[in-house]
Design a protein around this ligand. Structure first.
Ligand SMILES: NC(=O)c1ccc[n+]([C@@H]2O[C@H](COP(=O)([O-])OP(=O)(O)OC[C@H]3O[C@@H](n4cnc5c(N)ncnc54)[C@H](OP(=O)(O)O)[C@@H]3O)[C@@H](O)[C@H]2O)c1
Length: 331
């Protein structure tokens, strides 16, 4: 049996298509000293991966043509040449879109044998959950009685960000695409309201859902929702600039809102990348694991099967086809 990987065949312009990727086969590697070979159980599909397909300036270097697509995954150790890992251990790490991978031992985190399901370390307990935690703790800082708006509210980051704001006692308004997602955000996640950004008049619906304005705006989307939200920001509001998925496929992004309000209302707008605060990962796993185990932190996973499904899954997440943390099950 060979290892299989998804590599980038060419750089997409606009929305990616399946033919931008190719599957290659190579022999399953063997570990040298300090290395570990794992077989992949779940791959994470995340919007940031669209940025890796492009050569434009960013916080991380792009995937090269012919290189394996980058990404986090959960795997099982099949061969170890490092004393810290044994065959059968479950690990999480940045191991790319492949069925098997060779990693340095220090690049992997071992999962507890009887803890939450392994897939949760890619979503609610992993990078997206940590992003929500870091964004809310370091920038958003919601307080009881404040109004917090969360875009892409049914997604991996948004669902956790909103539940953290509820725990802080805030009034939480989600924004999501379509009635099914909005219903889940309100009834299952417990947000106070949810605005469908595909509805007829987003500014009017957002204004109706936020009669006291917005104190914390957790931005995952950009585009028309951002245009509607900025004029509603209150004095001393905080804006967590986490992502703008609405424009990731746009070669020429649309103009944003007028920034005069930032000065008039003394608003703090701060960009963030989750890896800026690496210590937040273990901190969040420690804090949130009991909440996942007792069911008080709700999460939803959207699982597709097979390595071949990974490119289509990435194309889909950029258009909102996922409902919850998007994962590819490999084995
Ligand atoms: N800064 C960081 O370190 C960091 C880390 C992780 C993620 N992020 C960012 O956080 C955001 C959410 O990521 P995630 O992993 O949780 O993904 P996600 O929310 O599970 O999936 C992306 C969602 O974006 C929404 N969307 C897509 N196109 C849209 C459009 N044109 N207008 C409005 N909404 C659109 C869709 O939801 P609807 O159907 O509800 O519209 C889609 O399901 C992304 O912007 C991502 O880049 C940032």
């Amino acid at each position: 049996m060979n290892a299989r990987s998804v590599v980038l065949k060419r750089r997409p312009v606009g929305a990616p298509v399946e033919d931008d990727f190719a599957i290659v086969e190579t022999p399953i590697p063997h570990p040298g000293p300090g290395e570990v070979v794992t077989r992949t159980l779940f791959l994470s599909i995340d919007p940031y991966m669209r940025g890796r397909l492009s050569e434009s300036k960013s916080y991380a270097k792009p995937v090269a043509i012919g290189e394996v697509m980058t990404g986090e995954s959960v795997g099982e150790v099949v061969e170890s040449a490092d004393p810290a890992f044994s065959r059968g251990d479950l690990v999480v790490g940045s191991r790319g879109w492949q069925t098997h991978s060779l990693s340095r031992a220090e690049a992997l985190v071992k999962l507890p044998p009887h803890g939450p399901p392994p897939s949760t370390y890619l979503g609610v307990l992993g990078m997206p959950g940590t992003t929500a935690y870091s964004g809310m703790t370091d920038i958003g800082q919601p307080k009881a009685g404040e109004t917090v708006v969360i875009t892409a509210a049914s997604g991996a980051v948004g669902s956790v960000a909103g539940q953290l704001a509820k725990r802080a006692g805030a009034r939480v308004v989600g924004v999501a695409g379509g009635p099914e997602k909005c219903l889940w955000v309100q009834e299952t996640l417990g947000f106070d309201a949810c605005v469908d950004h595909r509805a007829y008049d987003v500014p009017a619906e957002l204004a109706a859902a936020c009669p006291d304005g917005i104190d914390v705006y957790f931005e995952n989307v950009g585009g028309l929702v951002q245009l509607a939200a900025f004029p509603m920001l209150n004095a001393f509001a905080r804006v967590v600039m986490c992502g703008m998925v609405a424009q990731y496929n746009e070669p020429n992004p649309p103009p944003g809102p007028n920034l005069g309000i930032i000065n008039r209302m003394r608003i703090r707008v701060q960009g963030m990348i989750v890896s800026d605060r690496p210590e937040r990962f273990a901190e969040w796993r420690g804090l949130a694991t009991p909440w996942v185990l007792d069911g008080s932190l709700v999460y939803r996973e959207d699982v597709v099967d097979g390595l071949e499904a990974a490119p289509g899954a990435l194309i889909g997440i950029l258009g909102g086809r996922n409902f919850g943390k998007l994962l590819v099950r490999i084995a």
